[in-house]
Design a protein around this ligand. Structure first.
Ligand code: FA5
Length: 347
């Protein structure tokens, strides 16, 4: 065995390996050249017959041939293996793009509007920066009347108007009452009735778990001939059932507002215990706002004759009404305006 024979063996092996077309052929070639009784091993066994110089040189050449054949076999095996294809699962759900949603209070405003629209109320919006006249004076709260103190008003640094007084950020949506009477008087002379739903932002200098500086109210105003407390009570109960569920009820308690007579505080039954009293509500009821029959002085300020017309009005906080819904149990309304997406994404 000389170096030339070894080179031949190596070249012959590399040639047939490169021409092999199947994996089966390759495994046969592996046995033929590298197997226990294969050609390379046969030659290795014969090494002991050689003299020491030849032994070293032939051994090195044999190892080189063995390495080259092994590598050629590995490469050709890879070539004959089918390339892994990109996996496409046509049944997998598609990728959805994140999309936003309406703020929970906007959703609540929509829901409240739908409930009253079905009763024939028309949604309106009146200024959120308004004259003292519409916010207080026309509502039977003359300047310096102590009742004004409860409204923790934010005043605008603007020129005063002789008749209308100072400008304020509206403390309640009741500013829409006289504005609506004026509008109805102009556009429907002699044809009042009014069924108004005024929803807007309100502002007061208050901030704690149940109060925010900016909040929303919705104001209902109905004016017609022969409107009385049963009309108010029926409307309250209808809203309670539609907004909180068929078993919900409303309750009115005597109170004092300058612009309604008589005046009431309005409660809705607790959604958890339906008025029996539980850990969540204590008394069975939650207060949401005020209501009453429109005061004759307010009708007069709106240009309507109190001997002909009567009406009822109510005004509630949207945040307050919304947080009493079943399953919400939100004990700090400031979270609604915290821009905390982890919280808001739940709605
Ligand atoms: C009023 O604002 C009257 N205008 C309601 C009214 C209308 C009475 C028509 C009669 C006829 P009051 O100040 O109680 O009333 O506020 C009503 C509701 O607004 C409260 O019960 C509460 O739900 C909500 N509210 C008041 N202040 C805040 C505040 N700072 N943050 C959040 N909600 C508030």
């Amino acid at each position: 065995m000389d170096a030339g024979n070894l080179l031949n063996l190596k070249n012959q092996a590399l040639a047939v390996i490169s021409e092999a077309e199947t994996k089966k052929e390759l495994s046969e070639l592996k046995v033929k050249f590298l197997g226990r009784k294969g050609e390379v091993n046969q030659l290795l066994k014969n090494l002991s017959d050689l003299d020491p110089d030849q032994k070293a040189q032939t051994g090195r050449l044999l190892n080189e041939a063995k390495t080259a054949i092994t590598q050629a076999l590995r490469q050709k095996t890879l070539k004959l293996s089918p390339a892994p294809r990109d996996w496409l699962d046509v049944t997998a759900p598609g990728k959805t793009f994140p999309s936003g949603h309406l703020h929970p209070i906007t959703q609540a405003i929509e829901e409240v509007s739908r409930i009253f629209e079905r009763l024939g109320f028309t949604r309106v919006r009146y200024p959120e920066v308004d004259w003292d006249w519409y916010v207080f004076e026309a509502l039977n709260m003359p300047e310096d009347h102590p009742a004004r103190d409860e409204w923790e008003t934010i005043f605008i640094d603007a020129e005063e108007n002789k008749k209308m007084g100072k400008m304020v950020l509206t403390t309640h949506t009741s500013n829409g009452q006289v504005r609506e009477m004026e509008r109805a008087g102009k556009t429907l002379p002699g044809k009042t009735p009014i069924r108004m739903l005024n929803i807007g932002k309100c502002y007061r200098r208050q901030q704690d778990r149940t109060h925010t500086v900016m909040f929303h109210q919705f104001e209902g105003l109905v004016v017609d001939r022969h409107i009385g407390i049963p009309d108010l009570k029926g409307t309250l109960n209808h809203f309670a059932r539609e907004f909180y569920g068929p078993k919900a009820r409303s309750r009115i308690r005597p109170f004092n507002f300058r612009f309604t007579e008589p005046s009431f505080e309005v409660d809705f039954s607790c959604v958890h215990c339906l008025g029996r009293g539980c850990r969540f509500c204590k008394s069975g009821w939650h207060e949401v706002g005020g209501a009453g029959l429109v005061h004759p002085n307010v009708l007069k300020a709106g240009g309507l004759n109190p001997k002909v017309y009567s009406g009822f009005a109510f005004g509630w906080g949207i945040e307050r009404c919304y947080t009493l819904k079943p399953g919400l149990n939100l004990d700090d309304i400031r979270l609604l305006y915290s821009s905390n997406l982890e919280f808001l994404n739940q709605f």
